[in-house]
Ligand binder design. Structure first.
Ligand SMILES: Cc1ncc(COP(=O)(O)O)c(C=O)c1O
Length: 475
């Protein structure tokens, strides 16, 4: 049997990864964005048969860097405005590297005492920062998709418990019907959660929204009045295209009066609640029963990180807790991280959450969110005055949309918009993506990085102008 431990210095890859990771970040910070190789080009470099024999770690890591780096999208650069992507801040990355080096499995407190304790502190800080009830429980999950799933599992458990049904033991066959209310412009991943939970992605009562995607309270009240049984209502903070939040001050009392569980998908929008200047946008959010959000968006942690937050900790525990004779239970004074998440074994994400909360502090989070919103507004104003460009919605938060070919037919506008998005990406001064809104293509801009400055905003306005001029010249 080969002695794999003595094939070179087994620990050498750690130093190479650290040095190369740092060098990459310095390059990206200066270059802002870069063109990348395609999937096919990268695949061609990696493709080949499974190696029969192992090799030494140092050469493997060097080969990985050589073959992968030109296919790495510069999402951590200051002019990356695609989807809703945070900066993967170096301090969070360093904590994440240590998490891997320590090899901790955050399944239980005996296996990982430090991970459990740090996660407990970080979760307490998070509730404080986001203005949510201190008694709520928090599961540290892989992102908002899973956070929403976990919260909806707790909701399903509790609304059925109140109807005399134990869904954890008896499943859904024969259970009282659970009605789900959801805004017409909810995020696609919330439907995934409904799908996983047997509640059905299509078996929902869609609630009407206004022109920016906010739930209309009158239709919400009507929907609640249509069914007296177990009900889960799903609102959101941060519509993916417009960034707006639902009117929680109106929705929460209506849900409460009807005995419905109110869940908020707040992947990025609920971070406005951490800013004194912006929290009016999320007023009343703390009145909900559960909240799903991301760490890898506006807390800037590395991927993957999200939080499932549930007011009723017992419902959360019922829906997620796992027990087995070989798993030592935590005492009442200890936190077992697996109690609040779907996985047993998982990485100890609490270290990077703690590190980022320490890095930014309360005022740092507020300042970052406010700066991103200010840059989004500055960019929206700058782009809106370019001839032929139409601002589809204002930047109330960090998201906004524009369309190209104002005054032309809808089809031509779609074509010109997609062409301009492609041109911006090819020019590689900034990265911006496309989306559909109300059936038409738009360029959607998301400002969600601590690295983005007003100067980056100004450079990007010019990049959009240049791309649009190129597209028009080619017509
Ligand atoms: C409103 C909203 N909900 C849910 C999600 C899913 O989050 P994740 O991709 O982190 O699972 C997103 C992602 O952008 C989002 O914007």
């Amino acid at each position: 049997m080969p002695d794999i431990e003595t094939a070179g210095d087994a620990l050498a890859p750690l130093a190479i990864a650290a040095a190369q990771g740092e060098a990459y970040r310095r390059r990206i910070a200066a270059a802002a964005t870069t063109p990348v190789d395609t999937y096919g080009e990268v695949l061609a470099r990696f493709a080949g048969p499974l190696p029969e024999q192992g090799s030494d770690g140092e050469s493997i890591i060097r080969e990985l860097i050589d073959k992968a780096e030109s296919g790495i999208r510069a999402t951590t650069g200051p002019r990356f405005f695609g989807w809703v992507i945070g900066n993967s801040h170096p301090t969070g990355v360093a904590a994440d590297w240590l998490t891997s080096a320590w090899g901790q499995n955050a399944a239980n407190v005996v296996a990982a005492p430090a991970a459990s304790a740090v996660e407990a502190v970080a979760c307490e800080w998070l509730l404080d920062l986001l203005g949510l009830p201190a008694e709520a429980s928090v599961g540290v999950v892989s992102g908002a998709t899973v956070a929403n799933f976990v919260c909806l599992a707790a909701a399903r458990s509790e609304v059925l418990r109140r109807a005399g049904w134990d869904v954890e033991s008896d499943g859904l066959f024969g259970a009282p019907e659970v009605r789900v209310l959801i805004g017409a412009n909810a995020h696609a991943t919330v439907f995934s959660g409904l799908k996983y939970l047997g509640l059905g992605a299509k078996r929902v009562r869609t609630v009407a929204t206004d022109d920016l995607g906010r739930i209309l309270p009158a239709d919400f009240a009507l929907a609640l009045s249509e069914y007296a049984g177990p009900t889960i209502a799903i609102a959101q903070s941060g519509q993916i295209c417009t960034g707006v939040s639902d009117p929680f001050l109106e929705l929460a009392p209506l849900a409460k009066a009807a005995g419905a569980w109110l869940h908020v998908d707040g992947a990025f929008g609920m971070w406005a609640n951490a800013s004194p200047a912006l929290k009016h946008l999320t007023a009343g959010i703390e009145q909900a029963d559960s909240w799903g959000t991301d760490g890898h968006k506006w807390l800037q942690t590395p991927y993957d990180c999200g939080f499932a937050i549930v007011r009723d900790a017992e419902a959360h525990r019922r829906a997620m807790a796992v027990s087995a004779s070989y798993l030592p239970p935590a005492s009442d004074l200890e936190r077992d991280p697996s109690t609040y998440v779907p996985e047993l074994s998982r990485r100890a994400r609490g270290f990077s959450v703690w590190a980022m909360l320490k890095q930014l502090g309360r005022t740092g989070v507020a300042a970052m969110v406010e700066q991103d919103v200010a840059v989004a507004q500055q960019m929206a104003a700058g782009i809106a005055v370019i001839p032929g460009v139409e601002l589809i919605c204002p930047a109330e938060l960090n998201q906004f949309m524009i369309r190209f070919g104002a005054g032309l037919s809808a089809e031509e506008g779609d074509h010109l918009t997609l062409a301009t998005v492609a041109q911006v990406q090819e020019d590689a001064v900034a990265f911006i993506g496309a989306s559909q809104w109300r059936g038409r293509w738009v360029m959607r801009i998301s400002v969600c990085s601590i690295a983005t400055t007003p100067e980056d905003g100004a450079i990007t306005v010019e990049a959009v102008r240049a791309a649009w001029e190129t597209v028009q010249a080619c017509r």
